[in-house]
Design a binder for this molecule. Structure first.
Ligand code: ZN
Length: 625
């Protein structure tokens, strides 16, 4: 039976504390210069040395040769307060979690009244001080504010804000922090050496990571690993399995598959993560960490060994290769996606699904990014080439360019920059001609817009008359996906049109039909569906402009109205404004669209007053009546 590591190696002096110099240095100075306060508040995350520091402080204060910053370790007090000592009568440790009420505070007050039994001070250490009730603190207030000469208080808490302000303001507050990774790594390495344990490469960084900066947690994990190891060697396999981390080899696989955009391998690896019962979230965390490492490696090269502590030169070599395949821009992009995926997985009902979607996104975005960057590179290095290419490939335009002004071809080349410079092969504007070119159109669409392609592949061409293509879809749903959505410019039909233009040079309109419906249905398509499709023929303008029914007549007749039948309208408009340009609201509706209010139709003056021959005289009559 052995005691736990963290107890066996609990520091006995401030000099032995690791990673808390922001606290230990000023405390030691205060002790050396004899400027010790009567109450201290130690705050910080669990397992980073608050209670240990409180005990060390007590040891320093009560040392026979003290107060000192380095207890002698030989006097009675020092021996009693050592890590395996019996404890001192004059140092009282109170667990505030179970002694938090008014009665406990009163009890403490009484005990404080007595002088120390042997040593210099009576020291009260209140652990978990945030658990003390406000009443309990209030009962202590007077004592903490003006304690007897021989009394010292040390409050230790993870939640200093829960210690009431009146107490807090009477203490010196020392915030403890999580221990930095590098410090902790050195510490556990040293500990393994002292314990005579050999540890596989890569295990200790995992232990430190799992410990999360808490010395107690880290040492507990190491303890557990050592306890479960055959002989005196802690193997990597066992550590990875116990700590729940992703095996480095599996991470390598996934990263290499992603870098090579090998979807098959990537999904196979993800499946293995799931099959081995690993937490998908933990896996994404590990993947994100690996991407971070790769970014560091890409930025610093072989110097990364000094930044990524605990990694061997061999691992850095491998990561360098992975980073090179990825490319640094892609890496940071992939890290963004993984990070977003991690956030999405919080509370997700199916983390597996999210994991797979995230991998899909990584694969897709990686490909897209590469295409974009390649395009960008060529554009910057050879700025004149694309323009020249489009000009030469767009041969049909050339004769026009000769006759037209010289700026026109430049404009045309500049306006559709996203369009791949594929040369259009003119086709015979018939059903047969289009059917022949259809596979090429689909292929173009697949590369240009995969979503649109998925919709269009379900359709077949029934007819092309040189102007309108009739497409037949297997179901109404498919047809609906193809039709333009109201208020959404550039739908699937636009993408298809772009591809058809690119491949064949034709710029057709579409007519949509659903399989199984009689052929006649194609000709009698519901008017509202085909009309927006047929209308947007104008290039560059995605918005289907539909004429307002009767607007033409209204505008032409309104001119007449203004001059001849102005009498009918003025009921509302000319009363206050005589000018035409000042009209708005109701008068516009009335003038331009010839509308009348409903009530006017029913109870308007038309019924009471017979239709007037001379409108001008009707108005005053109506007004008087
Ligand atoms: Zn001593």
């Amino acid at each position: 039976m052995t005691t736990a590591l963290y107890r066996r190696y609990r520091p006995e002096t401030f000099a032995e504390m690791i990673g808390q110099s922001q606290v230990t240095d000023p405390l030691m100075t205060a002790l050396r210069t004899d400027r010790v306060n009567h109450a201290y508040l130690f705050s910080g995350p669990r397992g980073c040395g608050k209670t240990t520091s409180a005990r060390i402080l007590a040891r320093c204060l009560n040392c026979a040769e003290g107060p000192t910053d380095t207890p002698c370790g030989k006097c009675a007090s020092c021996i009693e307060l050592a890590r395996d000592g019996s404890g001192s009568l004059d140092v009282v440790e109170i667990d505030a979690a179970s002694h938090n009420g008014v009665d406990d505070a009163r009890d403490l007050r009484e005990r404080a009244a007595f002088a120390p039994a042997r040593d210099r001070f009576k020291i009260f250490i209140l652990d978990e001080a945030h658990m003390v009730t406000p009443q309990g603190f209030n009962a202590l207030l007077k004592l903490v504010e003006e304690p007897p000469e021989h009394v010292k208080f040390i409050f230790a808490t993870t939640e200093p804000e829960k210690v009431i302000g009146t107490i807090r303001s009477r203490t010196h507050h020392y915030p403890f922090r999580l221990i930095p990774t590098s410090t902790m790594l050195e510490y556990v390495e040293e500990m393994c050496r002292l314990e005579g344990v050999t540890v596989d490469a890569g295990v200790l960084p995992l232990v430190v990571r799992a410990g999360g900066g808490s010395a107690r947690d880290t040492l507990s994990l190491l303890d557990q690993l050592i306890a479960g190891s055959e002989g005196s060697t802690v193997s990597y396999e066992r550590a990875v399995a116990l700590l729940g981390f992703t095996h480095g080899a599996l991470l390598d696989e996934v990263v290499e598959a992603l870098a090579a955009r090998d979807a098959g391998a990537a999904f196979a690896s993800v499946d293995r993560v799931i099959q081995t019962g690993q937490d998908p979230r933990r896996f994404v965390e590990d993947l994100l960490e690996r991407l971070r490492d790769l970014i560091v490696v890409a930025a610093t090269g072989s110097n990364a060994v000094h930044v990524l502590r605990g990694t061997t030169a061999e691992e850095v070599d491998r990561m360098e290769k992975q980073a090179r395949v990825f490319g640094s821009r892609e890496l940071s992009h992939a890290a963004d996606i993984a990070n977003a995926g991690l956030t999405e997985m919080i509370g997700a009902t199916s983390p597996k699904l999210h994991l797979e979607l995230m991998v899909a996104r990584l694969l897709v975005e990686a490909g897209a990014g590469v295409g974009a960057s390649a395009g960008f590179d060529t554009a910057t290095s050879l700025p004149t080439q694309p323009a020249a290419k489009t000009a030469s490939s767009a041969s049909p335009i050339q004769p026009a360019a000769k006759t037209a002004s010289p700026t026109q071809p430049a404009d045309k080349a500049a306006s559709p920059p996203a369009q791949p410079a594929t040369k259009a092969n003119p086709i015979e504007p018939t059903t047969a001609g289009l059917t022949k070119a259809w596979p090429a159109v689909l292929e173009h669409l697949q590369n240009a817009n995969r979503m649109a392609w998925i919709v269009v592949t379900t359709a077949s061409v029934r007819e092309y008359d040189g102007d309108v293509i009739t497409l037949v879809f297997p179901s109404e749903n498919d047809a609906a996906s193809f039709r333009p959505q109201q208020g959404v410019p550039g739908g699937v039909h636009e993408k298809l049109r772009e591809s058809i233009i690119a491949v064949t040079g034709e710029s057709p309109k579409f007519r949509v039909s659903v399989e199984g419906t009689p052929t006649a249905a194609i000709d009698t398509v519901p008017p509202e569906k085909p009309s927006p499709v047929v209308v947007p023929d104008a290039p560059g303008d995605d918005w289907a402009v539909v004429d307002i029914p009767g607007a033409d007549e209204a505008s032409t007749s309104s001119a007449d109205d203004n001059s001849s039948s102005a009498s009918e309208v003025p009921t509302s408009s000319t009363g206050d404004s005589s000018g035409d340009d000042g009209r708005y609201g109701e008068s516009v509706v009335r003038d331009l669209l010839g509308a009348t209010l409903l009530k006017e139709e029913r109870t308007g003056p038309i019924e009471t007053v017979p239709p007037a021959d001379t409108g001008a005289q009707v108005l005053p009559d109506a007004g008087e009546a």
